[in-house]
Design a protein around this ligand. Structure first.
Ligand SMILES: [Ca+2]
Length: 393
């Protein structure tokens, strides 16, 4: 039997102790969220949340400036580089708001019924060099409702329209579930969210433009690298998404979506992805291979998430996080992100302070602009509603 030196014996003991420590440590380490793993918190849940909770009153510490008031359901805010805003209102008016003054650019003959009407907007990436404004709106057609994406060429003063062109037609419309968010992505393609137009089965039908996120070129052409040949469909299986943005450093795309009763979602959008509706809703349903689970299922209580944007500048610890404007929830949801574009968790902010919120966009000078929606028939209008408020600092 080989003998063992005292030194070797001690080394073995020490090695064993290290192995034991490592063994004991493993379950603890395994509990930590790995990179890329998402930790989602329920409302009111405290403790090891995986991200720093800032608290509901966090935004109280910043300056709140009313930029515009007396608006009627402002649906989309486009913040221009010089700080002026182009704003759509659901009944059909498009305005330029600059230096405290509002000028009407156009009034469109939209079908403003239920949740339909003049909805999303964005401008050409080279605006105002290219004076092209894109809007998403509902119209009456053939005894029903249809949603269209229009390209409006503006005059040099930006206060009137020189020509109007329909660049995407035939998006099914309805009194409810019209989607409507329009945004130009970092790839300079135009994205639009569409609702299921009250026909849930259309969301799974790749031949229909309902219940989708669409992607077209800046003149409405279908990009060669879209996931389905010859189709503007980028992702499908959506119920009624109304917010999209791209995590600034990574370009990962996220979208907020209204669920049926609760089950509101935040999804990470990938080309060709099927987001489940109506087979699944939130994290519930009959999961089968190929269906995308939401990053966040906001639970049983409806918060009605609408516009969503990443904070680019200002607002302290919120930089790099996403804010989602909530209608029913009358608040902003903060979704905390790490630098890789992974969701760390979420919390509710500014609950009830301004009532229903429809859109939130970054202001070029920092902070965010939020639009109230208290005159949409589901809220309680307050003096000066609807408003656009700049939260900065
Ligand atoms: Ca879903």
């Amino acid at each position: 039997m080989p003998t063992i030196s005292r030194r070797k014996f001690l080394a073995l003991i020490a090695g064993g102790a290290l192995a034991l420590i490592a063994y004991l440590a493993v379950p603890e380490l395994a509990k930590l969220p790995k990179r890329g793993e998402r930790e989602v918190r329920e409302e009111g849940e405290e403790g090891e949340a995986g991200f720093e909770r800032l608290g509901e009153g966090y935004l109280d510490g910043f300056e709140h400036i009313v930029i515009a008031e007396g608006l009627m359901v402002p649906w989309a805010i486009v913040a221009l580089e010089d700080g002026s805003l182009i704003v759509t209102e659901r009944p059909g008016r498009i305005s330029l708001i600059s230096g405290g003054r509002r000028e009407t650019i156009a009034k469109l003959p939209v079908a403003a019924v239920g949740e339909a009407g003049l909805l999303g907007a964005d401008v050409h990436p080279d605006f105002p060099g290219e004076r092209k404004l894109y809007v998403y709106a509902t119209f009456e057609a053939g005894g029903g409702l249809v949603n269209r994406i229009l390209l409006l060429r503006l005059s040099r003063s930006l206060t009137s329209v020189e020509s109007t062109e329909v660049i995407l037609d035939g998006i099914p419309g309805a009194r409810l579930h019209d989607g409507g968010r329009l945004r130009i992505g970092p790839d300079e393609a135009l994205y639009a969210t569409t609702g299921d137009a009250l026909k849930p089965e259309l969301a799974q039908d790749l031949g229909s433009l309902a219940g989708k996120i669409l992607r077209v070129g800046l003149d409405g052409e279908i990009p060669d690298d879209n996931p389905f040949d010859g189709s503007p469909v980028y992702s499908y299986g959506h119920r009624n998404p109304q917010g999209i943005d791209w995590h600034p450093p990574t370009g990962r795309m996220y979208s907020s979506e209204h669920g049926p009763v609760g089950r509101d979602e935040l999804n990470e959008i990938v080309a060709g992805g099927n987001y489940g509706w109506p087979i699944t809703s939130g994290l519930e349903g009959e999961w089968r291979p190929g269906l995308m689970k939401p990053v966040i299922d906001f639970g049983d209580v409806s918060i009605a998430p609408a516009g969503a944007s990443f904070v680019r500048k200002g607002l302290g610890r919120l930089k790099g996080d996403m804010l989602i404007a909530c209608l029913r929830g009358s608040m902003l949801v903060r979704v905390a992100f790490n630098e890789n574009g992974d969701v760390l968790g979420y919390e509710y902010m500014m609950r009830g302070r301004y009532g229903r919120l429809r859109d939130v966009v970054p202001h070029p000078d920092g902070g965010v602009l939020v639009a109230t929606s208290n005159r949409d028939g589901r809220g309680t209008p307050r003096p000066g509603d609807d408003k656009i408020i700049w939260i900065r600092g």
